[in-house]
Design a protein around this ligand. Structure first.
Ligand code: ZN
Length: 352
């Protein structure tokens, strides 16, 4: 997919130029006619900090409305950073899906759309698809890098991860992996299966943008730890790509760390344990546990048949537990736990 054929021009428009020097505050706007506003709009704040020649980094948060580290740390970055602190340009969209964010929901209350499944978006789609189309058409084409902040949301809890996928192009894959590792989260998870369809990162990679996401916690909230990891990772990533410079002054650079160790994991389909039926899942693990194929992951019990012995569920592979389902009641097909297995950069890039 080339940049020009990503999508037909849609109704979204940007009310600021992206090339103005200095700091510019504006919004991506979409028409949204509804019962309380005949000529209404969905207004998505965008802050551009332009420090002159250098790379462009698009930073997005709040693609899912119940994931909060991104909106918090990107809002802070947009407030604190001054153009003199950087080389290049930051395009910051702390809350990419305001209708979902204001409802504390993963999906949009307007049309039920999941913004992270609708990229590159359709001009004739629903409001959520039109948000995706606007980001793809108006923000991605100028970007060299994308940092898309996610967390587990209300239904998942993650060990804080830099979270990525590697494209088939090895040169681009190597740059993506370097960025993921530079972020320096405690865990760097590279997903091989299941394939991502409709994510902002997938669309960005198709366009040749060096793109990564995060999974920084979840359970529908934040902790001091997850916000700190998000903020430090953001600054490390911006330093890695050369936007935050060593000579920068002011609060934005005062705590810029240079590197952090991370544990590199590969994630495949065999690392996901799904519920075989409806029931209450009692885990046998904690996040961060090392587990082996055949170990008991937990037990599924029937709340309506307490006399029945709970069903033990077993892992299909070895790995480190990085994610658990939060709601105890599970339906058939729900992911109850997923792991990752230790790997190396060479194995990920060259498949050795
Ligand atoms: Zn998300």
């Amino acid at each position: 997919m080339s940049r020009s054929e990503a999508t037909q021009p849609g109704p979204a428009r940007l009310d600021i130029p992206l090339d103005r020097p200095g700091r510019t505050v504006g919004a991506l706007r979409l028409p949204w006619s509804h019962d309380r506003s005949a000529y209404g709009q969905i207004v998505i704040p965008v802050i551009v900090i332009n420090g002159g020649p250098g790379p462009t980094v698009l930073c997005t948060g709040g693609v899912h409305g119940d994931e909060y580290e991104g909106p918090i740390v990107l809002g802070a970055l947009a407030r604190e950073l001054v153009p003199e602190d950087i080389k290049g340009r930051l395009i910051i969209m702390p809350t990419a899906n305001p209708p979902a964010a204001l409802a504390s929901r993963r999906t949009s209350p307007i049309d039920g759309g999941n913004l992270a499944r609708l990229f590159p978006g359709e001009a004739s789609g629903g409001p959520t698809s039109q948000i995706a189309e606007g980001i793809t058409r108006l923000l991605l084409p100028g970007a060299d890098y994308l940092l898309d902040f996610h967390s587990g949301g209300g239904t998942l809890d993650y060990l804080p991860c830099a979270f990525g996928r590697l494209p088939a192009d090895k040169a681009l894959a190597a740059r993506v992996l370097d960025l993921l590792v530079a972020f320096g989260a405690p865990v760097t998870a590279v997903v091989k299966r299941p394939e991502a369809k409709g994510t902002l990162v997938a669309t960005a990679l198709d366009l040749g943008v060096v793109a990564m996401a995060t999974e920084l916690g979840g359970s529908g909230g934040v902790t001091r730890q997850t916000v700190a990891i998000a903020a430090a990772g953001l600054r490390r990533a911006l330093a890695h790509v050369g936007v935050l410079t060593d000579s920068a002054s002011g609060p934005a650079s005062a705590s810029t760390p240079t590197s952090a160790s991370t544990r590199l994991l590969a994630v495949g389909g065999e690392h996901f344990l799904r519920s075989p039926g409806r029931g209450l899942f009692a885990p046998a693990f904690m996040l961060g546990d090392a587990v082996a194929a055949g170990d008991v992951a937990g037990w599924l019990s029937d709340p309506e048949r307490p006399e029945r012995t709970p069903e033990p569920l077993h892992y299909a592979a070895d790995g480190l537990v990085i994610c658990r389902r939060v709601p105890t009641l599970a339906e058939p097909g729900d992911v109850l736990v997923h792991m990752g297995e230790d790997t190396t950069p060479d194995a990920l890039i060259n498949g050795s």
